[in-house]
Design a protein around this ligand. Structure first.
Ligand code: ATP
Ligand code: MG
Ligand code: MG
Ligand code: MG
Length: 350
């Protein structure tokens, strides 16, 4: 029998649009002789819609649009995931949801509660990697080098005190980020105190915890990690931003950023980042997949961990699948491996 692969996409986070593009590509590439594909879109307001039109298109072998909007029959989440009248089939969920309420452990908790296997990191690791402040604390504990940073918690910390401390400890410019988000949404590079104040206000629109980081002058290098207990790290890839930093426009609108795969680095430096990526993956309790992002200061501190993304961009043009392609795993094979890893994690948990 075919394995039911429920693809969750869209979602309520500011990364909704990115997810819709990813879903279209994953559904188009997944092997239909192996999977009964069930796309379920979540609207920006949180309604779950089974995309019957896409299901029909997949069944008759016709093409999907470049971007799949959540549309179709409204369904109750748990019933839709389990699939009515299909109880013999094994279901695996592929949550292609970036950001809060998707990548942060909430969906993973629901799936775990109902014993449904799913791709990627579990509850703790998802929540940890989504929260940049908590992830930094755990990574530091594991001895992984990172840039200097300061945390601001709304309603707890005095904003004037934190801003003064940030400038004194980190200098200028600094990067200001909502603790829980992605796709560079809500992130500012602040060059002076006035920009810093505004940047904190912007980040606070997305989260009540904000982090302020020193702006490092470094190359940006990412590593794809795949596996469970003994994860493999891919060849590293470099991002050459098209603007002052790798912002939302650069990622999804202009596409001006360039990906250099593999990154042009000496062998020993490449080996070092692959090891660090696997170490970060394990320290943050990741499973299945993660894209581990670094800064490389050639003349200074060497490798600094930036962040770990447990549901990385996944279109064929995205860094994560491209790094695996360069390392010898094709896009459809990657989907198969992730499904196998999901079943392996599930067996360990239950
Ligand atoms: P993703 O889409 O990868 O999840 P994100 O929203 O989690 O991104 P970050 O990766 O933390 O955000 O930052 C976005 C970009 O901003 C980085 O790719 C880099 O170009 C720039 N950047 C972030 N922090 C720093 C820093 N401390 N120093 C220099 N550049 C930085
Ligand atoms: Mg991120
Ligand atoms: Mg992200
Ligand atoms: Mg990033």
């Amino acid at each position: 029998p075919l394995l039911r692969l429920v693809v969750l996409y869209g979602g309520v986070s500011a990364e909704h649009d990115v997810s819709c593009v990813t879903a279209a590509h994953v559904l188009a590439a997944a092997d239909r002789s192996k999977y009964d594909l069930v796309p379920i879109g979540i609207t920006k307001s949180g309604t779950w819609l089974r995309n019957d039109k896409a299901i029909a298109a997949l069944a008759e072998g016709s093409d999907l649009p470049e971007r799949l909007e959540p549309a179709g029959t409204e369904v109750e989440p748990l019933a839709a995931i389990r699939g009515e009248g299909t109880d013999q089939a094994i279901t695996v969920v592929l949550p292609l949801l970036h950001g809060p309420h998707g990548e942060d452990g909430t969906i993973q908790g629901m799936l775990e509660l109902f014993k449904v296997p799913y791709v990627g990191a579990g509850v703790l690791s998802s929540a940890l990697c989504m929260d940049k402040a908590m992830a930094k604390i755990v990574a530091e504990q594991a001895g992984i080098p990172q840039c200097r940073w300061v945390e601001f918690r709304d309603g707890i910390d005095d904003p004037n005190e934190i801003v003064t401390r940030a400038v004194a400890e980190l200098g200028l410019p600094v990067f200001v980020k909502p603790a829980n988000l992605g796709s560079s949404v809500g992130i500012t590079k602040a060059h002076d105190a006035a920009e810093l104040d505004k940047a904190v206000d912007l980040a606070l629109r997305y989260d009540d915890v904000v982090i302020i980081e020193e702006a490092v002058t470094a190359r940006e290098v990412e590593v794809a990690v795949l596996g469970n207990a003994a994860p493999e790290a891919s060849a590293p890839g470099e991002i050459v931003p098209g603007s002052e930093f790798y912002d939302y426009e650069d990622k999804y609108v202009t596409g001006a950023a360039q990906l250099v795969i593999p990154a042009d680095l000496p062998d020993d430096v490449t080996r070092e980042v692959r090891e660090l990526a696997a170490k970060a993956f394990t320290a943050l309790r990741c499973a299945g997949m993660a894209r581990v992002d670094f800064f490389y200061e050639a003349e200074g501190r060497g490798w600094l961990l930036n962040e770990v993304n447990t549901i990385p961009g996944f279109t064929p043009a995205s860094m994560y699948p491209k790094l695996w392609e360069a390392t010898g795993i094709s896009y459809p094979d990657l989907i198969d491996q992730l499904v196998a890893l999901a079943l392996d994690s599930h067996r360990r948990r239950v």
